[in-house]
Design a protein around this ligand. Structure first.
Ligand code: FAD
Length: 469
């Protein structure tokens, strides 16, 4: 009898424990993707990027005699329909950890088991299952450094090879057409602009890792902080959708470390930040939906997204160059350098006293590497409301940060048009991407800061000191 292999955010064939087990079981395997409420709730860019990833996965499956069956509806109903259509007796999948996936999967598993189906979840999305890292007192970690120390010497499973052939059923169940789902419909910016910067699919992810190990990892520890340099792995969009496994990245990083590459350990540490984000989400799911430190509920955040300064932040028109460059980079490429993410998040939550959830939501709409755990952790870290957060009174100065990390203005020059007479192609491409209703032109005057660096710092500290929480 067939095995239904339910794909979700694990769009790969190699190092995929559920697929590996299914392909070895000597039974037909039916890979399926379900567009359900969890997927429908994604923001515009993650949804578009998912569609690209699914097409690539389907192509890879076809190379080994298989294919992806697309269905939409409530996950449990769809799986039951497929069981009825195919006679499958097993439903296997890769475990997810964010609250939306967990709630759904727990219900699906219980219901299928009651139906007598072998419903089983496998690891693969993380190197360290969140319940396997415990502090000395038996709790979970709230601070990164001890989490890193407790995990860095653990054995990480060696990556599994992709199956060379996946056993097919005699007949394939009916499938909807991916194109009919129009997963890019909510991109009111030109998806084709973002597409030029995306690196879609398992094969592309693997070559990206290879290139990074060969040319990038050596100086990674110093280059990773320079937003104008292509100094990081750029693997986040692939890791977010499971087009590459963290195990594969980890082992490549370990080999680079043995080869004496200077930045290798820092790279391993970053991979563990991703694990830490999931560790926090697993143990305190509310981190994605509210202040991790609940005393922050009383902070007088602005939550009005229609406010002119919030609009200016989203559109890269705050008059603060580091902030605006970051926001535009994200709009055009679907990604943003980590240094810029920290600066724009600090500016929104501190200078503009705006709730981090406004930023979290906008990132979710714009990022092709959107990840529910890393995004929530990054925002709460920046706002000061999370565990292991930067203290609220430590306010990034977006002007002096520029002198430190973009001395020659290469980054802001690449992404901003208005303040410069020589306009870079990337800066101009922003104007092809934005909706017409934003009414912006590369020839506009560059705005005065909506809130200047020093003034914003004072405002933030004032609000913080007056807090009655
Ligand atoms: P590299 O520097 O090459 O690092 C390798 C991998 O390690 C990354 O691909 C990523 O998977 C992981 N990693 C690195 N830094 C972090 C970090 N700080 N937290 C968690 N994982 C990390 N990352 C996302 O993947 N998705 C998000 O939605 C996201 N939102 C963020 C929001 C804010 C406000 C902040 C401050 C950070 C956010 N990050 C997010 C983390 C980080 O900015 C990106 O992972 C990183 O910029 C990706 O670039 P890279 O792949 O070249 O990373």
């Amino acid at each position: 009898t067939p095995i239904l292999l339910w794909y979700r955010r694990d769009l790969r064939l190699s190092d995929h424990p559920a697929l590996d087990a299914a392909a070895r079981a000597g039974r037909p395997v039916i890979p399926v993707f379900i567009r359900d409420g969890v997927v429908d709730a994604y923001g515009a860019a993650p949804k578009w990027r998912l569609g690209e990833g699914l097409a690539a996965l389907d192509a890879s499956l076809r190379d080994v005699g298989s294919r992806l069956t697309y269905r939409s509806g409530r996950a449990l109903d769809v799986l039951r329909d497929l069981i009825a259509d195919t006679g499958a007796t097993s439903v296997w999948w890769t475990r997810g950890y964010d609250p939306d996936m967990r709630d759904r999967d727990t219900n699906v598993k219980a219901a299928l088991k009651e139906d007598g189906i072998d419903a089983k979840s496998f690891g693969g999305h993380l190197m360290f299952e969140p319940w396997t890292s415990e502090t000395k007192t038996g709790g979970f970690y709230k601070v990164y450094t001890p989490f890193w120390k407790s995990n860095r010497d653990r054995d990480v499973d060696a990556p599994l090879a992709a199956p060379s052939r996946i056993p097919a059923p005699d007949t394939w169940p009916d499938s909807e057409a991916l194109d009919d789902w129009r997963l890019g419909a909510a991109m009111n910016r030109g998806a084709e602009v973002v597409a030029r910067h995306a690196n879609v699919g398992e094969r592309a992810a693997s070559s990206r890792l290879g290139a990074f190990i060969a040319h990038g990892i050596d100086g990674y520890d110093t280059n990773r902080d320079l937003p104008w340099k292509d100094g990081t792995s750029n693997l986040s969009e692939n890791l977010a959708l499971g087009e590459i496994s963290p195990h594969t990245c980890w082992h490549a990083g370990q080999r680079a470390m043995q080869d004496g590459k200077a930045g290798a350990e820092t790279f391993l540490k970053e991979l563990v930040w991703r694990e830490f984000a999931y560790h926090l989400v697993y143990h305190t799911p509310r981190i994605v939906s509210g202040n991790w430190r609940e005393d922050w509920d009383a902070f007088p955040w602005n939550t009005d997204e229609r406010k002119a300064e919030v609009k200016a932040w989203k559109r890269g028109r705050t008059g603060i160059r580091f902030v605006d460059a970051g926001m535009r980079e994200m709009y055009v490429t679907g990604r943003m350098h980590n240094r810029a993410r920290m600066i724009v998040a600090s500016y929104l939550t501190k200078h503009l006293l705006t709730h981090w959830q406004v930023g979290q939501k906008w990132f979710e709409d714009c990022l092709i590497d959107w990840d529910p755990a890393s995004n929530a952790m990054g925002w709460q870290w920046s706002a000061g409301s999370g565990p292991d957060a930067t203290p609220y009174f430590r306010v990034f100065n977006p002007v002096t940060q520029l002198d430190k990390f973009d001395k020659d203005r290469a980054y802001v020059g690449r992404w901003l048009a208005e303040p410069y007479s020589k306009k870079a192609p990337e800066a101009l491409s922003y104007f092809d991407a934005i909706p017409r209703s934003w009414n912006m032109s590369p020839d506009d005057d560059y705005p005065q800061p909506v809130v200047a660096a020093d003034e914003g710092r004072k405002r933030a500290l004032n609000a913080y000191e007056k807090r009655d929480f």
